[in-house]
Design a protein. Sequence first.
Length: 360
Amino acid sequence: DWSSDVCSSDLFMTAIAAELVKHSFMVNADGKWKLTVPLEQIELGVPETLQQMLEIQVERSSESEQRLLRCASVAGRRFSAWAVASMLGTGIAEAEEVCERLVERQQFLRPGRGPGCTGSEQSAFYEFRHALYLTVLYRRIPLAQRVRWHRALAEAIESAARSRPDARLEHSSELALHFESGRDFERAVRYLILSAQNSARRYAHRDAIAMLEHARGLLAGLPPDAACELELEILERVSDAHYALGNLDASAEADGAALALAEQAGLKAGQVTALTRLARVMAFSDPDGCVAVCERAERICATHDDPLLLARTQMLAANWRIICNGWNQADADRCNAAKNRIHELSGPDRKSTRLNSSHT
């Protein structure tokens, strides 16, 4: 019965075709229908006729069903009763009961297929019968309510993840999405960084760069101090990703941006880190410049109260001088002295601004 599922294939295709014709994306030429623009350039919203039918169906549902469906649209195409209950503040059994009622009527939902989704370990899970249902329902949520539900779901996932060591990493992309939609930009950025880290571990460095650039775009919504700290970390990881891809100019550009940011903020440790990272790129094209930036980092370190960072910078500078200029006893002695100092200063409770592991 198409009236109980307006997203049947025939009705859907008819509505899409009518929408293409309406916007002149498809024309009849010599008795044959042809697209006027490439398919990948066409962006259609929900066809008006379908939207009206969907809205009528939604309005005929009970208030509790409408509320659950709107909430489910926040979770995504596939969702668990646990996720909906977390947003609504109700019991899981109550959420499952409403979902099962809709499934039984073959309206909006069907049982979840394939692998489980977030929260499916704690409850049954479901999916929308068609993505158009999700789109229409999501649009009906007032913005303030949408923000609250996204944040409530993100916090529930985050809380549940504390029980498993790798769960935060596993759900990092989902957490980033919900925290961003929930206007908690700091946590969104931190989870985007974590997700990028996960991509880098799988050698998906281009994906990591895209996530990090998106995270950088969210920093405008943060207080300046927090934004600066996170931007330095983002730039460092962008540099690493480009370096892994062999894009040395792009890697150096990110390190240069980090250096300028650290100088503007008066962060000496950040300047030292950026300079020593620049050295790894300059070593390929400008050995003298490589040594020069390391020695500049040493001079900055000498005015900064962090003996461990100073020792690491001194060892790094001595190493690069030997690599770029050849072995000499003085730099070998400096390297050995710095190494002993690092062992002396390091300990399980010792905290210091670190140099990137790729430098040491």
